[in-house]
Write a protein that binds this ligand. Structure first.
Ligand code: ATP
Length: 422
């Protein structure tokens, strides 16, 4: 069955806001067998909204709109749908009462404009919104369905789950659904990965139930997105597991995740399993490495801490880098990265240490150390024996991307070191 998603809101047509709701909606619809064929973003203009709703109904069995259900005059989704269906808008006093109660619970009087939220195109069913005032609406138009959901993601998400569970899953039951898996890869370029993976994924296209693969590269990381359309999750799981294992065998340990987990989560688990702790000294990554390591809930089990030693003096004073190393090799060099990792690890009394030093740009590059040059050292205590790895990378991209790739590469070096120590 085909679905169309319409994100409503003039702010989504500016450079300031992006429509992320449609990603969550697509994921949920795919899981119950809807194929999203069209996504549109429309501003708060009744005629344009009506036009895209008509296109949606011409294209798909299901049209999901998100946004434009608020109380103000520019929230026009209800009016536009009523106009397209040529039905009147009725006031549903039960909805108005519910909105009024919601205000009363917070000790407030409901402003009169909120009555608008009780307006429903005739024949529509209200969908409860546990996290906000705007109810959603479910509308049946012959064989087609329209679902109206509010814009704020925290309101939209739970309502969408309920609609999918209570209304859409049953409708689509027995039909095929799309299931996905993502392989995340670090340390190899998109073309290297494609070269190694292409023979495998082309073979998987040729089987009775083909597994489709898309290669995506962003922020210096590469992902292989696998998808398969089957009638049951069990059948999909089997096919996806087999395809994933073929790809892993071809690609080796550059694949760090096959279940959606981030590299920071994977590294965290490796450290936790070994009862290790980590301390980091960062220059060009400016704290991003520590920030990403601590994005993982429970990371206090293994993250000891770190310093951002941006200046030469900070490297000497805070990470115990011998000054003469900086003078001799420059601040961006493998010996300095190594000294940062050693100094920080020793100071912290941690079992693993990382040093990152580089040139994030746009200035500061030289002929032998262009912008994007980053030296990373990783140390880990392997049952009393200190193992270390030091590498110099040349990362492409601007400042932000160089910082991000530096943190990823450091975690990947540590991951490989920990994996190989068993
Ligand atoms: P409200 O009652 O809160 O006004 P609404 O249904 O009218 O609900 P909007 O006013 O359209 O929702 O959007 C409110 C906020 O929700 C937006 O400012 C934006 O931050 C977020 N939002 C809206 N649509 C989307 C979307 N498609 N993806 C991500 N965020 C969105």
């Amino acid at each position: 069955m085909k679905a169309c998603i319409i994100a409503v809101g003039s702010e989504l047509l500016t450079p300031l806001r992006i429509d992320t709701n449609s990603l969550a909606i697509t994921e949920q619809l795919n899981a119950v067998g809807y194929d999203v064929r069209l996504k549109m973003v429309a501003g708060d203009d009744i005629d344009e909204l009506a036009r895209v709703i008509r296109v949606g109904l011409d294209t798909a069995d299901l049209v999901v709109c998100t946004g434009g259900l608020g109380p103000t005059a520019d929230d026009l989704t209800r009016e536009a749908v009523a106009g397209v269906l040529q039905v009147p808008l009725d006031i549903d006093e039960t909805i108005v009462d519910r909105v009024r109660e919601r205000f009363a619970r917070r000790g407030l009087m409901m402003p009169e404009i909120n009555r608008r939220q009780g307006m429903v195109p005739r024949g529509a069913v209200a969908l409860d919104n546990p996290h906000g005032s705007a109810p959603g609406l479910w509308i049946e138009v012959g064989p087609r369905r329209i679902v109206l959901l509010p814009g704020p993601p925290r309101e939209m998400g739970p309502m969408l789950e309920a609609v999918v569970r209570d209304r859409l899953a049953a409708r689509a039951s027995g039909g095929p659904a799309i299931f996905r898996r993502v392989l995340k890869i670090a340390g190899k370029s998109e073309s290297e990965i494609d070269q190694a993976a292409a023979p495998i994924y082309t073979r998987w296209l040729d089987v009775a139930t083909p597994v489709r693969t898309t290669i995506l590269a962003a922020s210096g990381q590469v992902e292989l997105h696998l998808s398969v359309t089957t009638r049951t999750k069990q059948a999909a799981d089997q096919l996806l597991a087999a395809a994933v294992s073929d790809l892993q065998a071809a690609l080796g340990d550059v694949v760090y995740s096959t279940d959606g987990r981030t590299i920071e989560a994977i590294v965290g688990e490796l450290l936790r399993a070994r009862r290790m702790t980590i301390a980091v000294a960062e220059s060009c990554s400016g704290g991003l490495l520590l920030s990403r390591l601590t994005d993982v809930p429970g990371s206090s089990d293994y993250v000891h801490g770190g310093v951002v030693c941006y200046s030469n003096r900070a490297k000497v004073e805070w990470a115990d880098v011998p000054e003469e190393l900086i003078v001799r090799h420059g601040a961006v060099s493998e010996p300095v990265a190594r000294a940062m990792a050693h100094g920080m690890r020793a100071r912290a009394g941690a079992s693993a240490g990382i040093g990152v030093t580089g040139i994030a740009g746009p200035g500061g590059g030289t002929e032998d150390k262009p912008v994007g040059t980053v030296a990373i050292a990783v140390l880990a205590d392997r049952q009393g024996e200190l193992v270390e790895g030091v590498r110099t990378f040349r990362f492409p991209g601007g400042r932000e991307l160089v910082k991000f790739q530096s943190a990823t590469a450091a975690m990947n070096m540590l991951r490989l070191m920990l994996l190989r120590d068993t």
